[in-house]
Design a protein around this ligand. Sequence first.
Ligand code: ZN
Ligand code: ZN
Length: 339
Amino acid sequence: MSRCLSILLFCLLTYLLGCRKDIAITSQKTPIGNTYNNIIIDSTDTSSVNHPINYLATKVILIVIDGPRYSETFGEPSHAYIPKQNLLMHDGTLCTQMYNNGVTNTVNGHTALCTGNYESLDNFGLNIPTYPSYMQYWLEKTGKASNKVWVIASKDKLQVLANTTESSYNNRFMPFTDCGNSGMGSGYREDSTTFRIAMSVLQLNQPDLLLINFKEPDWSGHQANWTNYLEGIRATDEYAWQIWNYIQSDPYYKDQTEVFITNDHGRHHDGNADGFVSHGDACYGCRHIAFLALGPDIKTNYVCRTAYDQIDITSSIASILQIKMGYNKGKCMKDIFNN
Ligand SMILES: [Zn+2]
Ligand SMILES: [Zn+2]
């Protein structure tokens, strides 16, 4: 009799444990948002809505300065070529160990920032990213009009950032774009034009998400013009400063906006190939990029020495915006945020 009871109890216990396991698996795979039905969420993805921080910011501006070497930005001891970011770093967090660990060119660096994935896309703009960007996820989640998200770029090819081949998002939830002279295939334009358009869009459209690409200093680097390369770093430093100051003056943005200033890639360090003129390989000059974070949730006057990956920027944006990016491979940079 007692043996029968033991068997019965054993069966009951096994059944109950089995149920608990089913519940656990189900909840692990439960999608957040109705478009994730076929996606198994990567358990290493910490960009999730479960992040403990209650963010003050609801808007994110990502300024991508194209292709300076770290040795001429924050790696230069006196920050001589970036005097404005040298001031701004006291208002935010500087990450000294940020790396593009993927393909170190323009389309792939920007794609990594937008989708949280390293890809090997064509660098002339012939391919669109495989995975959706944080901008598309945000437009889907919020249902807001597409003109609340903008990609404004000196390089026409960066129009590819607006779309993805992923079937659920292809041609859907696409941000507004203003890239190059007049869109894809029209050629690069001056950064002064990009800056003017960005300021105009900020004032007239008040986007909640804005990605800005400046073509300098990459453009002058490729011309092998050291003087203009440094001037490109200085000029884009000034644009970033003016954008940040505008954010502080506009009630729609002030104290509600995170501003990230970073690069798509670096350039070859001296002694490797043609040095500052080119980029695209895995040398430390090409991989090491700058990252300065500003905003109401960001630690002030803080230097973060944690090694981070370019795709971690995407995860951090996703965390701020409380969106779940099913394909994102990065992790949230928790130590740049106020506790
Ligand atoms: Zn670039
Ligand atoms: Zn290199």
